[in-house]
Design a protein around this ligand. Structure first.
Ligand code: NAP
Length: 253
């Protein structure tokens, strides 16, 4: 039997698809044939244009601020109203707040936990409900982090949220694998996006990070797309509960 990475006829939902890793993932999934619902609070014009230029799967924008769980049901309903189905959910939207642990505020704790963990859980629940009631499978891909494995510094709520996300990925995999829903995560290493701008602008942190990456360069967002296509595809049908590092070798060091 030939291995298939083809996503034709599938509908994917990607949160935070306007920029950075979410944009690259949306473009990669569309390139593999999926129709992609682009979810977020900012203009998706760049991502829509990139998908249209590639000329395979089509895209559709769904406006939602994911800092609360208020829009989650509407996001799933709108995606299903668009194509009649939702097969793949990529929980990519995420934020980071930096301060020494000793000074870290409750506001910075709650904001990060809400977007990175609470909304991810309830959006996954809303996505899985129709799949389970219709008795058909699907794919959930959570965007975790090296901070799902390591401690880091000055980002306590981010590390807690991404470590929690690894656990949530495993729990949902255990509950839903038997229902044909694959729940996995990708742990990106250090990628060149808005999320890491402060690090790249700090000459000491920038050279310390670069010097520790075996591949010798910051990840470029398009270097993440292949892992997302794999986990979204039939090729990953027996893959459940993994947190897959795509990190230029960082964790192997
Ligand atoms: P980014 O460029 O800052 O993108 C973050 C995305 O999340 C943006 O689309 C952002 O939308 C969206 N978002 C944040 N809060 C939102 C909200 N309340 N409602 C809707 N959308 C919201 O950073 P990125 O690096 O691409 O991050 C994507 C994911 O990868 C995050 O989960 C991040 O933690 C993870 N990650 C990144 C790296 C890295 O090295 N870059 C490493 C490990 C993990 P707006 O543009 O509207 O704010």
């Amino acid at each position: 039997m030939a291995v298939s990475f083809d996503l034709s006829g599938k509908t994917a939902i990607v949160t935070g698809a306007n920029t950075g890793l979410g944009q690259a993932i949306a473009v990669a999934l569309a390139g593999a044939g999926a129709d992609v619902a682009l979810v977020g609070r900012s203009s998706m014009a760049d991502t829509e244009a990139a998908i249209a230029a590639a000329g395979s799967g089509k895209s559709h924008t769904i406006k939602a601020d994911l800092s609360t769980i208020e829009p989650v049901q509407d996001v799933i309903d709108q995606a299903i109203a668009w194509t009649g189905r939702a097969d793949i959910l990529v929980n990519n939207a995420g934020i980071i707040r930096r301060a020494d642990a000793i000074d870290f505020s409750e506001a910075d704790w709650d904001a990060v936990m809400d977007v990175n963990l609470k909304t991810v859980f309830f959006l996954s629940q809303a996505f899985a409900r129709p799949l389970i009631s219709e008795g058909r499978g699907g794919k959930i891909i959570n965007i975790a982090s090296l901070l799902s494995f390591q401690g880091g510094i000055r980002i306590p709520s981010y590390t807690a949220s991404k470590s929690g996300l690894a656990g949530l990925t495993r729990l949902l995999a255990c509950e839903w694998a038997g229902k044909g829903i694959n729940v996995n995560a990708i742990a990106p290493g250090y990628f060149s996006t808005n999320n890491t701008e402060a690090l790249r602008n700090d000459p000491d942190r920038n050279s310390a990070i670069l010097g520790r990456i075996p591949a010798g360069h910051w990840g470029q967002p398009e270097e993440l797309g292949g892992a997302a296509v794999f986990l979204a595809s039939p090729a990953a049908d027996y893959v459940h509960g993994v947190v897959l590092p795509v990190d230029g070798g960082w964790l192997a060091r």
